[in-house]
Design a protein around this ligand. Sequence first.
Ligand code: 13P
Length: 253
Amino acid sequence: MRKHIVAGNWKMNKSFEEADELIDELMSKLEEVSLPRDEQVIICPPFPFLEMASDYANDSYFMVGAQNVADHESGAYTGEVSARMLASCEIDYCIVGHSERRAYYGETDQTVAAKVDLLLANGLKPIVCVGEVLEEREAGRQFDVVKTQVEGGLFHLDAEQIKNIVIAYEPVWAIGTGKTATPEQAQEMHAHIRSLLANRWGKEVADEISILYGGSCKPSNAKELFACPDIDGGLIGGASLKADDFMGIITAF
Ligand code: 13P
């Protein structure tokens, strides 16, 4: 069966020292609990801290993900970081298509597809984000919007490739706003996404793919969300920046 995953997206926060402290604190807290074998913790710090995080991760309580990757293989792309570079630093996962990248850096479903291909070719697992903005939900278009994103970013993959993908449903109106989707709203969308996957690759494959919820997820609402049949964990922003809060979510299953 599919994995339960709690992933922390630190976004553009923390200094090297603060990052070191947070990971250290998280490690000692993770050592104290025994997580179910089907649960995976992932932290996604900014690029400069990935190596440090991955050194800690060698002791294996969590895996490490990047927050972004270039949509080209290599060459004259100043400031970009390639999938091959991430693989060579033993990074396991990479967030792709986050709504902040889509909104501020022009990331499209086409870019998402290109990044997904490069990550898979280099043995990393993409965490592909989808989600509607408030106006789209208010217009009742959320299911169509997410369908277009899932199709555009992922439908070119074959059945073996899609099994290495994690999907994160992050309604944009819930990100950093304190306004969480209700478990019903989230479950409904997760079931929709799983049915899209089932139509494309079959039910058996769709049932293996972890679909995470993201958007103002915190210890107080994680339990209810994670209890939904199609919600397999969370992609956590703000609450992943404090070890206690993040642990509260990690232990919510
Ligand atoms: P918040 O948990 O801060 O709402 O952010 C969610 C998110 O964007 C994770 O990728």
